[in-house]
Write a protein that binds this ligand. Structure first.
Ligand SMILES: [Zn+2]
Length: 375
């Protein structure tokens, strides 16, 4: 697998920063203490030392099984967010991350993140923040030939509120409008409905708020069918995936593990050509489904456009799709053919222009042919 090309469609920007990047930004801004999302100091972590940052996240990953595991995970986003303090941090870090992923085998990498979340630290409007992130991804292509797309995200639990509430409490519509304003057919900008918990905020509730993005042709992905647990996934059933497709015209589904429990939902997703962004290591670490029980092979065998991603590599361990594949290949019985299928599906469901997709297909074919010759 080590030199097989990959494609990554589901990678949260701040959770995909390398410890070295976090340390460099911390030094730039004189950040000397690691803090949680809630602002508590995390004792014993030096935010300017990559080894110390790695040790912190290893302890977060090791603690997922504990009663406070999810809280520690959620709070651990505080460190990367605390060092992203300026618009040029966002642009540079987005550019660097896409280029780094490309240098580690990813033919195309889609980063996602919430402009409202970054606004807590970065001076600037959500428009300026989104423009900086998109500019970073554009620069990765221009300067490094590294293909990427930025997906603007919002949290479902902060998505909807009455019109007199602050914008940050009703993010769905402003982020949808922002995506619509930045999206171009020759350089798409995506939109992501994310956040916890899924069940109280079903996709259908967002139909009106996301209309501006739908009308502008912005491609949408929805975190759906993720947060239920093996074996029945009842806590976030496949019906949520169906809603995302039917009510919101989602082009891709984030996770979608619950699809294993519904043949009719799988048929809908397959027949509409909706992509499924599988992140088995994430689902395992969060306690939803062990890697060995992950439905990825079944979804692939059923003809769904499944791709493979890391989700939050800083917190979960494997930093690249290649490393993720190496972790799941043996327990799930996946070989070279599956690795290639995941990359092909990634290209076919990427949020890119027709021209870029043709370029990516060409690059994949050339690399696959080279690998065959070499073996
Ligand atoms: Zn995610």
């Amino acid at each position: 697998m080590a030199d097989s090309p990959t494609v990554e469609l589901h990678r949260h920007f701040e959770a995909g920063l390398l410890p070295e990047t976090i340390a460099r930004l911390a030094a730039r801004h004189g950040v000397t203490e690691a803090r949680t999302r809630a602002g508590q100091v995390v004792e014993g972590v030096d935010p300017q030392d990559p080894a110390s940052i790695r040790a912190y996240y290893a302890s977060v990953a090791a603690g997922f099984g504990l009663p406070d595991g999810f809280t520690r995970f959620h709070q651990s986003f505080g460190l990367p967010l605390s060092v992203l303090r300026a618009l040029d941090d966002l642009e540079q870090a987005a550019c660097d991350q896409v280029a780094w992923c490309a240098a580690h085998g990813s033919l195309h990498t889609e980063l996602r993140g919430s402009p409202f979340t970054y606004q807590e630290q970065v001076g600037g409007s959500i428009d300026e923040i989104a423009a900086a992130l998109v500019a970073g991804v554009d620069r990765a292509w221009r300067e490094h030939g590294a293909s990427g797309t930025f997906i603007l995200a919002f949290s479902r639990q902060k998505g909807l509120a009455p019109a007199d509430a602050p914008l940050a409490a009703r993010q769905a519509e402003p982020v949808a409008r922002l995506a619509a304003s930045l999206h171009r057919a020759d350089r798409p900008v995506g939109l992501d409905l994310a956040g916890f918990p899924e069940a109280p905020w079903p996709p259908r509730l967002f139909k009106a708020a996301l209309a501006p993005a739908r009308e502008a042709g912005v491609p949408l992905t929805v975190h759906a069918g993720e947060q239920g647990r093996f074996p029945d996934f009842a806590g976030a059933p496949a019906a949520l995936v169906v809603e995302a497709v039917e009510d919101l015209s989602a082009r891709r589904i984030g996770h979608g593990t619950a699809l294993v429990s519904s043949a009719s939902a799988r048929a809908l997703v397959r027949d509409r050509g909706v992509g499924v962004e599988c992140c088995p290591v994430s689902n395992d670490r969060m306690g939803f489904v062990p890697v060995a029980r992950h439905p990825l092979p079944l979804l692939l065998a059923d003809g769904l456009a499944v791709s493979l991603s890391t989700d939050d590599p800083l917190m979960f361990g494997p930093f690249t799709v290649a490393e993720t594949f190496d972790e799941i290949a043996r327990p799930l019985g996946l070989g070279d053919e599956a690795a290639l299928a995941l990359a092909v599906n990634g290209i076919e469901t990427a949020f890119v222009s027709d021209e870029r997709r043709a370029t990516l297909r060409h690059r994949l074919r050339a690399l696959a042919a080279g690998n065959d010759e070499g073996s």
